[in-house]
Design a protein around this ligand. Sequence first.
Ligand code: HEC
Ligand code: HEC
Length: 225
Amino acid sequence: MRLSTTLISPLLKSAGKAGAIALVALTGAAVSQGVFADSGPVGDAAAGSKLTTACQACHGTDGNGLAPNYPNIAGQNERYLLRQLLMIQSEERSAPLMAGQLNGMSEQDLRDISAFYAAKEPKLAQAQGDDVQIAMAKQLYKGGSIEKGVAACTACHSPLGSGNAAAGFPRITGQSPEYTIAQLTAYREGVRATDEAYGAMMRQVAANLNDTEIAALADYLQGLH
Ligand code: HEC
Ligand code: HEC
C-alpha cells in the first residue's frame, strides 16, 4: 500500500513551516507504524540483468551514470526505482532521454530491473565546496530551516543520505551535483510534477530553496556517506 493521498494532502495544503514539520512527523509515524509495510517489490535480479543492455549506454554496466546528467541508480532502493520506472514509462515523470527505453516492458520486467540495480554497489564522491558552503548545506540537511519552512532532509533521506528503503524514499548521496541541481530545481519549479503523495513531499521541500542553497546541497550530497 502506498502512503495514501487522503492522509497526506491536507498537510500539503497547509502551507509553510507548520505544514513541513507536520509532514515529517506524519511520514515518520507512517513508516514506524507500518503504513508502508507491505511486501514491497519482488524482483528477480538475474532476469532484470537481461533487460538492461540498452541502459548501459547511459547508466553504465553497473548502474553508475556515464555523464553528469545520467543518474547513478546502483544501490538505489527497489521501491523507489520501481515507482520511477513506472512513472517514466507512463510519462508521468518527463524524462526525454529515457523516451522509448521502457516500451513494451511489463511491470514484472520493471520489478526485475529494479532488483538488479538495487543490488549493485553505489558510487561515492567527495564534496568540493568551501567551508561556508558545506556548513550551509549541512545545516539544511540536518536541521532544515524553520524560517523558510524547509524540512530537514535527514528525516526522510536518513542521516547519511542512504534513503529509506521501506518507505521508498531515495538514496540521494553519490549523485553528480548536476543531476541533483536539476532535480531540486525541477521540483521547485513544479516541472517534476509526479504524484501527490511522494512527489509533492519534495515539491514542498524545494519550494523555498534558492539557487545558492540548491548548489550547496548538491555538492554536499555527492560526498555524504
Ligand atoms: C540515452 C540515455 C539513457 C538511457 C539509454 C537510459 N536512461 Fe535512464 N535516465 C536517463 C536520464 C537522463 C535520466 C534522468 C531524467 C531526468 O532528468 O529526470 C534517467 C533516469 C532514470 C531513472 C530514475 C533515476 C532517479 O534517481 O530518479 C531510472 C530508474 C532509469 N533512468 C533507469 C533506466 C533503465 C532501466 C534503462 C534501460 C531500460 C535506462 N534508464 C536507459 C538516461 C538514460
Ligand atoms: C518528507 C520527506 C522528505 C524530505 C523532508 C525530503 N525529501 Fe527528498 N525526496 C522525498 C521523496 C518521497 C522523494 C521521491 C519523490 C518522487 O517520487 O519524485 C525525494 C526525492 C529527492 C531527490 C531526487 C532523487 C533522485 O534520484 O532523483 C532529491 C535530490 C532529494 N529528494 C533531495 C532532498 C533534499 C536536499 C532535502 C532537504 C532539503 C529533502 N530531499 C527532503 C522525501 C523527502
